[in-house]
Design a protein around this ligand. Structure first.
Ligand SMILES: O=C(O)c1ccccc1NCC(=O)[C@H](O)[C@H](O)COP(=O)(O)O
Length: 352
């Protein structure tokens, strides 16, 4: 594979630089000056820090964007759940890599059946139903709600979503915080479900993209709060080489403005996640606000497929997101907790 030598480097350049700068001592004053909510929101830059490679005991992990120092008892603690998840990923990836080194995954990826067209499946379903294309999420648990579906059978749920009219499926693979797994993804793929599959993971290394592909994913999630544009571009390139599409997720208008500078977005999807990662509150009005902003208008002008994510429970919520201008919705909790997910999908999309 052409890209294998480039992708053999596990740390994109920007991440190496961040790790170095994290090693410098951080004064309280620096934190006070730089770490304001306004600065984080206005910049649209990455708000999630990486854990220093040698651990927080030996290296401070840097000022926390978005938090006033008075609100943060210890800058070496994660500022929110997303940062906590991302810090844990380093350990998790290391343990995966011990069992399956990258060259092994790359060889398996070369033998895998080709990825299916995630974006085309959404557009086709939206045309057929007149509703936003549904990405239905196979989600057992979450940090905000704990266990959502105790009677969790990923293959049964995936097949039921497809029968109800979902365009694509999202499969949570994070084990520690969502009780998901890459095995669930592989099982759903092996069961012959024909909806294209999104690997819902917290990607920080190209290794995870290969693991997703080998497990049957057709698309992966990339989170703008975690990844600077240089990393996003690098991972988009890796996905393209593997025939996969990306769902690039933003939480703010400024993040959207930043990711709009990336090339080739027309082949991918952008998502607005309505969940505040500090409070866990979901607010669909965020999708509306961002779609009405100058960056949102640019998305519409350029015909980029937009996804409304999180907190969608009723047909009215679907109509609200559609009116805001999104062409797809990503729904987990409200569908997965239903006894009959097929009926749940039909009801949500008001399909006969
Ligand atoms: O779901 C959470 O509690 C959560 C917490 C921290 C980071 C991400 C989280 N969820 C991931 C998602 O984006 C949702 O699973 C997805 O958008 C579906 O949301 P919902 O329909 O509200 O289950």
């Amino acid at each position: 594979m052409q890209l294998s030598s480039q992708l053999g480097c596990q740390l994109p350049v920007t991440r190496c630089k961040r790790a170095q700068s994290a090693a410098r001592p951080v004064s309280r004053q620096t934190v006070t000056v730089r770490a304001t909510v306004e600065a984080a929101e206005a910049s649209g830059e990455v708000s999630i820090r990486r854990r220093p490679p040698l651990g927080n005991d030996t290296q401070p992990c840097g000022p926390a964007m978005g938090y006033k120092v008075g609100n943060l008892p210890d800058i070496n603690q994660p500022i929110n759940i997303l940062e906590e998840i991302v810090w844990y990923k380093a350990k998790e990836i290391e343990s995966f890599r011990e069992k399956q080194p990258l060259p092994m995954l790359q060889a398996l990826a070369r033998q895998a059946p080709p990825a299916r067209d995630f974006k085309a499946a959404i557009l086709a379903k939206a045309k057929e139903t007149g509703k936003p294309g549904l990405i239905a999420e196979v989600k057992k648990a979450s940090p905000s709600k704990g266990v959502i579906q105790p009677n969790f059978d990923p293959v049964r749920i995936a097949a039921a979503y497809e029968a109800g009219g979902a365009a694509c499926l999202s499969v949570l693979t994070d084990e520690k915080f969502f009780q998901g797994s890459f095995d669930n993804l592989a099982k759903i793929k092996a069961a012959g479900v024909s909806c294209p599959l999104l690997c819902k993971e917290f990607i920080v290394e190209a290794y995870q993209i290969f693991k997703a592909r080998v497990s049957g994913a057709d698309a992966v999630l990339l989170i703008a709060a975690v990844l600077p544009n240089q990393d996003l571009a690098y991972f988009m390139k890796a996905c393209k080489a593997l025939g996969m599409c990306c769902l690039i997720e933003v939480h703010t208008e400024a993040e959207l403005a930043r990711v709009l500078q990336l090339e080739g977005l027309e082949h991918h999807l952008l998502g607005i996640n309505n969940r505040d990662l500090g409070t866990f509150k979901v607010d669909l009005a965020l999708t509306q606000r961002i779609m009405e902003s100058p960056a949102g208008q640019e998305v519409q002008r350029r015909g980029i497929l937009m996804v409304g994510e999180s907190g969608i429970f009723t047909p009215d919520d679907v109509a609200f997101c559609q009116a805001a201008g999104v062409g797809a919705i990503l729904v987990g909790e409200s569908l997965v907790k239903q006894g009959d997910p097929t009926a749940g999908v039909k009801q949500l999309l008001s399909l006969a």
